[in-house]
Design a protein around this ligand. Structure first.
Ligand code: NOJ
Length: 993
């Protein structure tokens, strides 16, 4: 089985690529003219419409020119009738098309001005921790020519290098082409790297150390493979929509759990001198309509998010990533408040660079960039993969177009310098400029694998029809087990084990024994009969990597699909591990390898114990598996899983007691997210349920660790399991039919996502956020809360500009265009993206560039900023907490202690000084710790809450505000199982300066 499909890159081509594309002819091109995203993207619609009209007239002509009518009057009247009918059809179609056109025109009309303009783009280099890197970057960038600078900002085009993203190098100064590679759970298209458990699985472990270790493993493997930038972790989607196709790549629907996991992952990755990317900023909560034309609509969906919700929910984990020093952020495909995320100045300039003090570089998602000048001014720093509005056509929105835009002054030199400085400074910041930590390309570094072939020798630029440049591209460097990194297979197993959540354990059926010895009730003829039921227990018969990017649901589910998936180096299936672990002398294992329920009753009846495996899969929208187009169609198990469980549970053991079937059925669910279990969860035969999430390569081993009790389950749900999809709220559904030419997704539920929604509406979930059982029991006692003086002031200390570092000074003059012209005799590869211009003429201004609205207004810095992640005072401790955790059971185990805060429901308003209502969730997770305790022992657990933890975002004052009133703090084992609560007064009252 090939490790990577040779044609895999074609699958990443969105549907839009197949649409006719407007050609950006370089002769009549001007950076300014070409950058209207609507001009290009509307065209295919018109083409389609005229096509259909043409074909209607065409068929009409045929009908009229058909055989002449016979003279029979019946025939005549029949023909007349046909003509009328035909005419009617034509008129109807015409009216429908006109109405459709009018609808598209109306609905497609841009919703201008819904996202506030924020200019100019704040410069990097304002944070002391980064000053040295910026100084070094300035020295290097100061020696670069215009085209060299542009080369660094723009990818070379899809599959024009060995990685999924490749920037242009500046060989003259030793700055390499950067290799950017997916993704959030391991290294995509890379041989023999570890297929780690997915984001949702590590989140379910709630183990901060493991989060770091997982990131470190990713970073080390990336460095050893020559990858400069990992395209992960992901915290967007956050999980607003439980059926969202890519939720599993990220961590949790809760911003604190997601933010903590992201920060730990980033620390881990970057500890290995590899740059991490936090993605996708922001609002990419569903796959349907995420990109223009991919789903038939001319524009991508707009996620309409209000300011408070953005701050308190969706931007929160991004802020944590910046606080952790993340090198890069990826802007998302969708629009936010009707402005494309990758040209949304409020998001990139305002929130990311000013308020959150981001010092690294913003890269576009692949083809998420929809304009050239506008995106540059709005804060985009790197165009990925360098292609423009279409894949692999060599027509970049930057490259030579950015060169022209700088030469004709549409884009200030200062902005280009800032883009380059941000990239080069991030490179220095993470030690990649240091040959001892990172062997420079000129010294033999760079990627030692190819994303496009498994062969040793391959094309260096396979995307170009001209390229015959072959070389050794795959060096098959082993990375899973190294002296530096230890054993990543073992790490993958540990994470997968801790990511399993035990949600039901009737009569303590779990853990189960390996052998029948000593089992009085179950052993017949000295043997225990165990049945393994369901396709999800077995490997895909066609091979673990048979479906490119894991884009199908065949065999046991180890990860979702899309760019967030990796090639499995191996996959230990549950059935394989179970066969291995059961004592063959005393246990007879029977396999039922499909989900078919035909005659399963007989097989189930012959077992003493039945293990049923089911799953639910999803992925990125460029791949469709059956009717699942990325986002799930519902929250139910797939492939008849529910029926299989019902049938097995009703028959397993073939025994009845008091007229009721008695069976010992244990269900294992592999899943991408919240899955509704109602069709069988209460059946008496379903004794045990384990939610094993997406375990990666060590699936079976991790499962047997928990099943046999070698490891006491410690996973907790990172989301809520409702009793029905409706329980998540009306706004929680995927928008599957466009409600306009620019589909609109209004985030009207605001902060009320997942458990916050259930709590607000008092809906009883099946299993709540944070829930999970253990083989032991725990007790919490003695909560002690110590509030600090921080809570006596409503607002954080004013932003201190005097502490800021000063961005490097660069020469602001527009360079000589002559130096940007193609060097004589230089070989050009077709479709490859270059920074050169054809001649000096093409760089001359051609009319006035229509700058975005608000560009002439200088936006003041916000008081909410001042450091990486926001105003530093937001992270001052507001209260410290302490409590005791006792293991009251028989076995050693880990508890996840969770701290929830409830802000007061009224507050003194900082502007009017009147008491006003404060709309705030019933409780919000603010801290957690996973603690191991021996049976009978007690452990002290400590937490601290920051100013931000006890604040809300006030949209009028544009700051985090500590309200006045009672703050309730509860410690517990889930969002609904709080054991110890206390409160203290938030005095607030300090005015607004
Ligand atoms: C598109 C995906 O949205 C993004 O997450 C990924 O990093 C890029 N493709 C590159 O594969």
């Amino acid at each position: 089985m090939p490790l990577k499909p040779l044609v895999a890159y074609e699958l990443d081509r969105p549907f839009s690529d197949q649409q006719p594309r407007h050609s950006l002819d370089s002769d009549d091109s001007h950076a300014v003219d070409e950058l209207d995203p609507l001009r290009d993207s509307k065209r295919p619609y018109r083409d389609n419409a005229s096509h259909s009209l043409r074909s209607i007239f065409h068929s009409e002509k045929h009908a009229l020119l058909g055989s002449p009518p016979r003279r029979s009057s019946r025939r005549w009247s029949r023909l007349r009738f046909c003509c009328y009918l035909f005419f009617l059809v034509i008129v109807t179609i015409f009216l429908l098309l006109s109405a459709g056109g009018l609808w598209v025109y109306k609905a497609g009309a841009s919703h201008d001005g819904e996202s506030e303009p924020w200019y100019p783009s704040p410069r990097g280099g304002t944070v002391q921790l980064w000053s040295r890197s910026y100084r070094r970057a300035a020295e290097l960038v100061g020696q670069m020519t215009l085209v060299e600078k542009v080369n660094i900002t723009t990818g070379t085009g899809w599959s024009m290098g060995l990685c999924v993203g490749n920037t242009g190098p500046v060989d003259r100064l030793g700055f390499p082409s950067l290799c950017l590679q997916d993704g959030p759970l391991g290294l995509r298209f890379v041989d023999n790297a570890t297929a780690l458990p997915a984001g949702i699985t590590i989140a379910a472990s709630w183990n901060k150390q493991l989060m770091y270790d997982r990131g470190r493993a990713q970073g080390l493997e990336a460095r050893l493979k020559g990858i400069n930038v990992i395209l992960g972790p992901s915290v967007g989607p956050l999980g607003r929509l439980p059926a969202g196709g890519r939720n599993w790549e990220g961590f949790s629907a809760d911003p604190v759990l997601a933010g903590t996991a992201a920060a730990r992952t980033i620390h881990g990755i970057q500890s290995q001198s590899v740059m991490a990317t936090i993605k996708h900023f922001v609002g990419n909560e569903q796959e349907h309509f995420r990109q223009s034309w991919e789903w038939g609509t001319p524009n991508a969906l707009s996620s309409n998010i209000d300011d408070r919700t953005l701050h308190e929910l969706y931007a929160w984990p991004f802020a944590e990533a910046i606080r952790a020093g993340v090198a890069s952020v990826m802007c998302s495909y969708n629009q936010v408040n009707n402005s494309y995320a990758c040209q949304n100045s409020k998001l990139m300039n305002g929130i990311f660079k000013d308020e959150l003090g981001f010092q690294g570089f913003v890269q576009s998602d692949w083809l998420a960039q929809r304009s050239g000048v506008a995106s540059a001014l709005a804060g985009l720093d790197m165009s990925m993969p360098g292609d423009g509005l279409g894949w692999q056509d060599g027509k970049s929105l930057w490259g030579s177009e950015l060169t022209k835009a700088v030469l004709n002054s549409s884009v200030p030199v200062e902005r280009l310098d800032d883009m380059v400085l941000r990239i080069v400074a991030a490179w220095y910041q993470h030690g990649q400029g240091d040959d001892r930590r990172w062997p420079n390309t000129t010294l033999g570094g760079g990627p030692n694998f190819s994303s496009w072939t498994n062969d040793e020798v391959g094309n260096l630029h396979p995307g170009s029809p001209d390229s015959k440049d072959t070389s050794i591209v795959n060096k098959y460097v082993p990375v899973r087990q190294t002296a530096e990194g230890g054993n990543h297979d073992a790490l993958a197993r540990r994470i997968a084990t801790e990511g399993i959540v035990l949600v039901k354990n009737e009569g303590g059926i779990l853990p189960i024994p390996r052998s029948a010895n000593g089992l009085a009730t179950k052993a017949k003829d000295g043997k225990l009969r165990v049945g393994i039921f369901g396709e999800d227990a077995y490997p895909n018969p066609k091979g673990n990597n048979a479906c490119p990017d894991r884009g199908c649901n065949e065999g046991t589910l180890a990860m979702g699909w899309g760019s967030g998936a990796v090639e499995l180096p191996y996959l230990v299936s549950p059935a394989e591990a179970l066969h291995e672990e059961f004592d063959n002398a005393t246990v007879q294992v029977t396999d039922w390898k499909t989900n078919s329920v035909r005659k399963v009753d007989g097989t189930a009846a012959a077992q003493d114990l039945c293990l049923v495996f089911i799953n639910s899969d999803a992925g990125e929208g460029f791949i469709r598996w059956k009717t699942v187009m990325g986002d799930r169609n519902d929250l139910l198990p797939q492939k008849g899983g529910d029926e299989l469980v019902r049938e097995v549970a009703a028959n397993c053991g073939g025994r009845t007691e008091g007229g009721e079937a008695v069976s010992d059925t244990i269900v294992v669910l592999h899943t991408v997210g919240p899955t509704v279990l109602e069709r069988w969860i209460d059946l008496p035969g379903v004794m045990g349920v384990l939610i094993a999430h997406l375990p990666g390569q060590e699936s079976g081993n991790a499962l047997t660790d928990v099943l046999f009790g070698d490891y006491n389950p410690s996973g907790r749900l990172p989301y809520t399991i409702g009793k029905s999809e409706d329980d998540y709220g009306l706004d929680s559904k995927i928008l599957t039919f466009p409600n306009g030419a620019t589909p609109q997704q209004n985030f009207t539920e605001g902060l009320y996502v997942d458990y916050r929604y259930f709590d607000k509406h008092n809906i009883t979930p099946r299993y709540e956020f944070g829930y999970g059982l253990s083989y032991t029991t725990f007790k919490l006692s003695g909560l002690f809360i110590h509030p600090l003086s921080v809570v006596n002031t409503s607002l954080p200390a004013p932003r201190s500009y005097s502490d800021d570092a000063v961005p490097p000074h660069m020469d602001p003059r527009v360079p000589d265009p002559e130096a940007a012209v193609w060097p004589q005799g230089m070989r050009r590869l077709a479709k490859y993206v270059y920074p050169y211009i054809d001649d000096v003429e093409s760089a001359k201004p051609n009319g006035k560039y229509d700058y975005p609205k608000g560009y002439d207004h200088y936006h003041k810095s916000t008081e909410a900023g001042g450091g990486e992640g926001g105003n530093p005072d937001l992270f001052t401790t507001a209260a410290s907490l302490q409590l005791s955790l006792t293991n009251t059971g028989e076995v050693v185990g880990e508890a996840v202690v969770q701290i929830y805060v409830s802000l007061p429901s009224t507050t003194l308003d900082v502007i009017s000084n009147l008491t006003v209502a404060l709309d705030t969730p019933v409780r919000q997770l603010r801290a957690f710790e996973k603690v191991l305790v021996e049976p009978g022992s007690r452990s002290q657990v400590r937490f601290s809450l920051s100013r931000k933890d006890v604040s809300y975002w006030d949209v009028r004052v544009q700051k985090w505000v500590v309200p006045t009133g009672e703050l309730r703090v509860c410690a517990g084992f889930s969002s609904r199982d709080v054991r110890q609560c206390g409160s203290f007064e938030l005095v607030g009252g300090g005015g607004w300066s």
